[in-house]
Design a protein around this ligand. Structure first.
Ligand code: CAA
Length: 386
């Protein structure tokens, strides 16, 4: 029985910052951001849009009434959680009007959380083929104003509906994965911003990629000649580019060129949304399928998932017949085209907005009228959503 992604979509806030504007404000050569980092714009969330809201807005795009009744497992993967105890999935369950008879949990392991969720969902559906699992990978990447990580921020969520006989991508049961305790990137409970040893984090990302690639070859999980694309976790597009480039010399040139060409299609959305941590790899999957019309049913895609800390996994999926009918390139282009470009002053003001933490009441206004869900108020240390 095939199990995998039956439907998928993404949501990103209605405001963005152009990185040429940021480069000018930070007195940096724009080509450092555009070429050196490989990013063009980044999404800027408003105070009414937290990880719960982003996740619910992504999911709302794909769920039918029947899906809402069939979901037996709801996973919100995030490293931007709103509560240390209660799962973000419980707020989402209510917003999406899902069945009460499901398991609702939140998963965390940095940017790997989305893949952990997808693989758990796969196993759940293998045991319960009549049910579906909804995996929401939702994050706000914050490093702080005038930090070296500032240009690699972003916000958004990807929704993946996992089922038997999926209509987009069948996920292979076998993969290679690795975990190790490393301090390359982390966010202590008291901090709103991530802390990163930037260059070291790049090294760990690449070392784990090479190690898993070698293991996959040794285990004959696939032949490089059969891989039609290699998708990577994209904290910024240059990071994934370095992973693909590291294969030069290990692959026949025709295989290398094919992977490189398709890689360029996979970074289009990430380059204008920015890092969305848990969802980044899956945003690159959506980007590839929206931009490359030469892919066909039966094509095998490899996916490299990396979460600092660190856990990494290399797995494959196979496109299934009719997958093109499940894609929504026009609605994605419309969502991105409708976004408002912020000035540096507006971005900095938005970045410094905070929710009250003293138990008093704070009402919020809806920043994106095209999206159904937002945070309406905090009161008595609780969040209230529409
Ligand atoms: N024109 C073209 N390129 C230029 C340039 C110019 N004028 N000026 C600089 N560059 C290039 C540099 O040569 C460099 O290229 P290489 O990486 O190929 O060497 C690149 O621009 C970046 O410049 P710096 O080396 O000066 O790097 P930096 O100090 O600005 O930091 C960063 C870059 C480390 C990515 C930083 O933004 C950061 O810490 N980001 C957050 C951490 C991160 O994303 N790590 C990724 C791995 S961890 C992970 O994947 C999990 C996750 O999601 C966080």
């Amino acid at each position: 029985m095939n199990i995998g992604i039956d439907k998928m979509d993404f949501y990103t806030p209605a405001q963005y910052l152009d990185l040429v504007d940021l480069a000018q404000a930070r007195k940096t050569d724009p080509n450092k951001y555009l070429i050196g980092i490989g990013q063009r714009q980044m999404a800027i969330p408003s105070l009414d849009q937290d990880a719960v809201v982003l996740a619910a807005n992504a999911a709302e795009k794909i769920l039918s009434t029947a899906d809402r009744q069939q979901i037996g497992l709801l996973i919100v993967a995030t490293e931007s959680g709103v509560d240390q105890s209660k799962a973000a999935a419980l707020f989402v369950q209510q917003l999406l009007q899902l069945s009460p008879y499901l398991r609702a949990i939140e998963l965390k392991e940095a940017c790997y959380g989305g893949t952990a969720g997808l693989q758990l969902a796969r196993d759940f559906v293998a045991q319960h083929p009549q049910q579906k699992a909804l995996v929401l990978a939702s994050d706000i990447a914050r490093y702080g104003l005038q930090t070296s990580g500032e240009v690699t921020q972003g916000a958004g969520a990807v929704a993946l509906l996992v089922s038997a006989n999926p209509r987009i991508l069948a996920i292979a049961p076998d993969s290679v994965y690795q975990s190790q305790n490393v301090n390359d990137f982390w966010r202590p409970n008291y901090s709103q911003e991530a802390m990163a040893r930037g260059k070291f984090s790049e090294e760990v990302y690449l070392k784990m990629f090479q190690n898993l690639w070698t293991q996959a070859q040794a285990q004959k999980l696939w032949q490089p000649a059969d891989l039609q694309a290699l998708l990577c976790h994209l904290p910024f597009s240059k990071m994934g580019l370095k992973a693909v480039r590291s294969l030069q010399g290990q692959l026949a040139s025709v295989d290398y060129e094919r992977l490189m060409r398709r890689f360029q299609a996979s970074v289009q959305y990430g380059q204008v949304v920015g890092n969305i941590y848990t969802g980044s790899l899956y945003l690159s999957l959506i980007s590839l399928l929206d931009h490359d019309t030469s892919l066909q049913a039966g094509d095998q895609l490899a996916c490299y998932s990396y979460g600092s800390g660190a856990v990494a996994e290399l797995f494959t999926g196979t496109l299934v017949a009719g997958f093109q009918e499940q894609l929504h390139p026009h609605s994605h282009q419309k969502m991105l085209a409708q976004r408002q470009r912020l000035t540096i002053a507006e971005y900095e003001a938005e970045f410094q907005q905070q929710l009250v933490t003293d138990g008093s009441a704070q009402e919020l206004t809806q920043s994106d009228p095209t999206a159904p869900h937002y945070l309406t108020k905090v009161e008595a240390h609780q969040r209230f959503y529409v």
